[in-house]
Design a protein around this ligand. Structure first.
Ligand SMILES: Nc1ncnc2c1ncn2[C@@H]1O[C@H](COP(=O)(O)OP(=O)(O)OP(=O)(O)O)[C@@H](O)[C@H]1O
Ligand SMILES: [Mg+2]
Length: 317
């Protein structure tokens, strides 16, 4: 059984005058997340990530399709006690202090007064919120500090599954590293993590599998290494040289079909379509006085998959 199962999820938002038009935010999305995975949900602005997460949290209902978590339909409220959720823009009653908010959350989950206090302190420490801020009202918090409090409240109930909508948003580089470590720690404890982001670097270091959403549709899904392998099969190679003027190189390399030459601060980069072209390209470059620095396959990055050129959100009317 998958921990999260999304089947044919479609969501149309009514928009425009009298709500007569509709924007299709999700379009037949199907996904499965397995136990103990860190699953990255990638997509540009407006791709539909938040919509999908809100449907999983039953904060909105889908137009069609269904979603199950831990074997239960998301409409089953009992399962929500086993989940943790960080909203995209956490908003809390901001006259409470960080400690008060977490103690209140712990109370909601049935912690007794002394256990509540210990629980709140433990969580605030885990998200590395500076102890000097624990008893300060949330309205005086910076974006990154609120994000940490949001993460802490998502973990109050020791959830089996956490859904995090842009957990790194607003964090400085140190904070991002701390949150990465925290998420990695959750995996070590057997928690399933589903998190959305458009920061590719965070996804690359953390995730077992990723889904890339584009215009409400699934553009790619798979293990990160598999996705990369699929992209590497393009087979282009990059030859780095120094010591030759770029215009002369560009002129000489016209003889190799599909070769491209670009200047770099130190010399030039020659990009050829396949391994078979390397010798010819190198001989031509040497003819211009170039010296070889390196030959390497061009590794397409996750960014290439992410950017793609698929459709944006569809108008369903
Ligand atoms: N309440 C709403 N009413 C109308 N349209 C909406 C509403 N919320 C979202 N949308 C539209 O649905 C699409 C998906 O939005 P969503 O917030 O799910 O994207 P996202 O992937 O989370 O983007 P971001 O990275 O900017 O957070 C967008 O086209 C957006 O304009
Ligand atoms: Mg969003």
């Amino acid at each position: 059984m998958s921990v999260i199962e999304i089947t044919g999820l479609t969501k149309d938002y009514p928009t425009g005058f009298l709500h007569l038009k509709r924007v299709r935010a999700l379009d037949g999305l199907s996904l499965a997340v397995e136990a103990g995975e860190i699953f990255g949900f990638l997509g540009g602005n407006g791709a539909g990530k938040t919509t999908a997460i809100k449907i999983l949290m039953r904060l909105m209902t889908p137009t069609s399709g269904r979603a199950r978590i831990l074997g239960h339909d998301v409409a089953d409220v009992a399962v929500h006690a086993r989940l943790g959720y960080l909203p995209e823009q956490p908003y809390f009653y901001d006259y409470l202090t960080a400690r008060e908010l977490l103690e209140y959350c712990a109370e909601l989950f049935g912690y007794r007064p002394t256990a509540r206090r210990a629980r709140a302190a433990d969580l605030l420490r885990r998200v590395h919120l500076d102890e000097a801020a624990w008893d300060r009202q949330l309205r005086k918090f910076s974006k990154g500090m609120l994000q940490r409090v949001g993460l802490a409240q998502a973990l109050v109930n020791d959830p089996e599954v956490v859904l995090l909508d842009e957990p790194m948003s607003g964090l400085d580089p140190i904070g991002r590293r701390q949150v990465r470590d925290l998420i990695a720690g959750l995996r070590a404890a057997g928690v399933t993590v589903f998190f959305s982001s458009h920061i590719i670097a965070d996804i690359e270091v953390l995730c077992d599998r990723v889904a890339i959403l584009r215009g409400g549709r699934l553009a790619h899904v798979g293990r990160l290494d598999e996705l990369r392998q699929r992209m590497d099969s393009a087979g282009r190679l990059e030859i780095t040289v120094i010591g030759a003027p770029v215009p002369a190189l560009a002129d000489a390399l016209r003889k190799v079909d599909g070769a491209r030459v670009a200047g770099t601060p130190a010399g030039a980069r020659i990009d050829v379509p396949s391994e078979r072209d390397v010798d010819a390209a190198l001989a031509l470059a040497r003819g211009c006085g170039a010296r070889l620095v390196a030959v390497q396959p061009i590794r397409q990055s996750l960014e290439d998959l992410f950017v793609g050129d698929g459709p944006r959100a569809q108008h369903a009317d």
